[in-house]
Design a protein around this ligand. Structure first.
Ligand SMILES: [Zn+2]
Length: 122
């Protein structure tokens, strides 16, 4: 289907997702550039939006307002990648902590054994 983007006076009755355009409003990283956009043979309501990274797109107004990520897919993927790169605790550090904990437990056992040996003379 050919998608022709055109600016029209939205028929509020027909557009079930009508959200009044709030030009320059910010939703997360999105800035509303233009409202009142519809597509041919499509009564959904769209906005022209720009992400903080410069990506522009025509998106469902409803989806922008209720967006959980508040950014374009490229920014979202980048964010996920960065979060993966920076784990809260590195694997090496986790390993060191486990070893340190085990050493402490061994020390406790050793001193307990030592105490028992002295007590029972063997
Ligand atoms: Zn972006």
């Amino acid at each position: 289907m050919k998608i022709t983007i055109k600016k029209v006076a939205i028929n509020k009755e027909r557009s079930k997702y009508y959200i009044p355009p709030d030009v320059l409003a910010k939703y997360g990283q999105w800035t509303v550039i233009d409202g009142n956009i519809t597509k041919e043979n499509d009564y959904n309501h769209y906005w022209l939006v720009r992400c903080a990274c410069g990506t522009e797109g025509v998106r469902y107004a409803n989806r922008i307002v209720n967006s959980k990520t508040g950014m374009c897919s490229a920014c979202y993927l980048k964010k996920i990648k960065e979060n993966k790169k920076k784990p809260k605790i590195s694997a090496a550090k986790m390993k060191d902590e486990i070893i340190a904990k085990q050493r402490k437990e061994i020390d406790v056992l050793k001193s307990t054994i030592e105490w028992l040996r002295k007590k029972h003379n063997y």
